[in-house]
Design a protein. Structure first.
Length: 145
């Protein structure tokens, strides 16, 4: 079990959410809350609030990217075999609709073969009130530690 997964299980979602901002301070900018983290799946929410808004009053594109990287990264960490490490190598995004409310971000890696190394494409979708507003594919480079 990865160190990230151990932290999540020991601390619980609320405390882990607060701790992640200490590990990687930029993630704290969206005030994320983990709903679930397990191998092959991560779900993170964050509220629509002034700090994440753009000039038209909707959630800023980079806040959505931030949540996508957080969900994909923690899920990747929980999913890769012991003795491996990862780093994001790239991100392709699509903005599907204006994000006018609180955001729920899901990284679903259930279809990924986590035993492979090299580039792994991690799909992420962000929703507002159940409607997809953002889609990303994050390339994670997985290698032996």
């Amino acid at each position: 079990m990865s160190q990230m997964m151990q932290m999540y299980k020991q601390a619980g979602p609320a405390q882990f959410s607060a701790m992640i901002g200490q590990v990687a301070p930029y993630f704290a900018s969206i005030a994320p809350q983990f709903v679930e983290l397990r191998p092959g799946y991560a779900e993170v929410t964050f509220p629509k609030r002034r700090e994440v808004l753009n000039h038209i009053g909707t959630v800023h594109a980079i806040a959505l990217c931030n949540a996508a990287e957080l969900a994909a990264g923690t899920m990747t960490d929980a999913s890769i075999p012991s003795g491996c490490r990862w780093i994001p190598r790239g991100m392709t995004v699509e903005y599907l609709a204006k994000a006018k409310g609180d955001v729920r971000t899901v990284a679903d890696g259930s279809a990924i073969d986590w035993s492979q190394t090299g580039d792994v494409k991690v799909p992420v979708v962000a929703y507002v009130e159940g409607e997809p507003v953002f889609r990303a594919e994050i390339t994670m480079y997985v290698s032996q530690a």
